[in-house]
Design a binder for this molecule. Structure first.
Ligand code: ATP
Ligand code: FE
Length: 333
């Protein structure tokens, strides 16, 4: 099928066109307006989506060489995400589907992060274990098929991306801090400052303790030496990153062993982290895992992954009606 997909769950406006399994266009407009506030401002995000959506959709259709009449379905992210942001993309998709008389497909954003693995080779085979690490979520998911997934572990407080961003903020790095922290960590000593690894029962995660530990540690050290952070920046970044990675790996290792899964997939924006990628490759060599990480453009928010997920739903006959509403807290299963 030929599918136009819209993604607007947070602060990226994206449109993608899929033609018979292939992503022909995946256009993303990132919103710069939030940088000065050190975090996403929901009301500003909604307004920016309104400004970006039509040009982004036009660009995607043009790049793909597809006209509106060629479309077999219009897909959109129903949730989870920011309500105002979701509503802009949702209303647009519903209106377009109605005007064109085409079927509508509602896609779950977290499912789409996982199914991004099916956009390009190599693709994992079912069942596999997916660690989704994004700005708002940290989940361990057993993926039985494209439509059947089970969350076996998740964060009880902050997401892994949030842990990166909040600790980076404490170090005075610009928002979003994850990529900055990653870069600085490359030249630092990861075992110089031991921070606590959030140990949760089962396969759950906890990252709020790390943020608090870093906060109090920095307070104590800067009281004695005001230049403590700039003098030790690389080691601080490396130590924080090391702690987050160890927290993730510990549960991933147990979840894989207990469930007898050796195909391990990484999804979400934090999959871009170079330390995590390396640690996962090392772990794969030690455990005999096969590791899958999508191309960067399909890890962060993008409509390509929404289009791919919509294709699976199209084949299963899973369509939405005009009565569907956006759901900021939509569950994975
Ligand atoms: P969700 O899907 O849960 O709603 P999101 O879509 O906003 O969240 P993503 O776009 O998947 O989140 O990922 C963004 C997060 O990834 C941010 O927290 C960002 O700091 C983090 N991130 C991106 N690159 C890196 C990196 N190299 N190292 C660490 N974190 C990174
Ligand atoms: Fe996302």
């Amino acid at each position: 099928p030929t599918i136009l997909a819209i993604e607007s769950s947070c602060d990226d406006t994206s449109a993608a066109v899929l033609v018979n399994g292939e992503i022909r266009a995946n256009v993303v407009a990132t919103q710069q307006v939030h940088e000065q506030y050190g975090g996403v401002v929901p009301e500003l995000a909604s307004r920016a989506h309104q400004q970006h959506l039509i040009p982004v959709v036009e660009a995607a259709l043009q790049k793909a060489g597809v006209s509106r009449q060629d479309l077999d379905a219009v897909a959109f992210t129903q949730g989870p995400g920011l309500l105002g942001s979701l509503l802009v993309g949702g209303m647009f998709a519903k209106t377009l589907a109605l005007a064109l008389g085409k079927p509508l497909i509602a896609v779950n954003h977290m499912r789409a992060h996982i199914l991004a693995h099916f956009i390009e080779e190599p693709r994992p085979a079912f069942p596999f274990l997916c660690l989704t690490v994004s700005g708002g979520h940290t989940q361990l998911v057993v993926v039985k098929s494209a439509l059947e997934m089970e969350i076996i572990g998740q964060t009880i407080d902050d997401a892994a991306g949030e842990a990166f961003d909040k600790t980076a903020k404490l170090l005075g790095l610009p928002y979003p801090g994850g990529p900055h922290l990653d870069k600085l960590a490359r030249t630092g000593n990861p075992t110089r400052f031991p921070f606590p690894v959030g140990a949760m029962p089962g396969y759950d995660f906890s990252f709020s303790g790390l943020k608090t530990a870093v906060l109090y540690f920095l307070k104590k050290e800067t009281a004695q030496n005001p230049d403590f952070v700039p003098q030790n920046l690389a080691d601080l970044c490396a130590s924080i990153q090391h702690t987050i990675i160890q927290t993730l790996l510990r549960q991933l290792r147990r979840a894989a062993a207990d469930n007898g899964l050796t195909q391990i997939a990484l999804a979400g924006g934090v999959a871009a982290n170079s330390g995590l990628r390396q640690a996962l490759q090392d772990e794969a060599a030690a455990q005999g895992w096969q590791v899958f990480i999508p191309a960067f453009q399909y890890c962060t928010d993008n409509a390509g992954m929404v289009a791919k997920t919509a294709e699976f739903q199209y084949q299963a006959g899973d369509f939405a009606t005009q009565l569907i509403s956006s759901d900021p807290r939509l569950k994975l299963v």
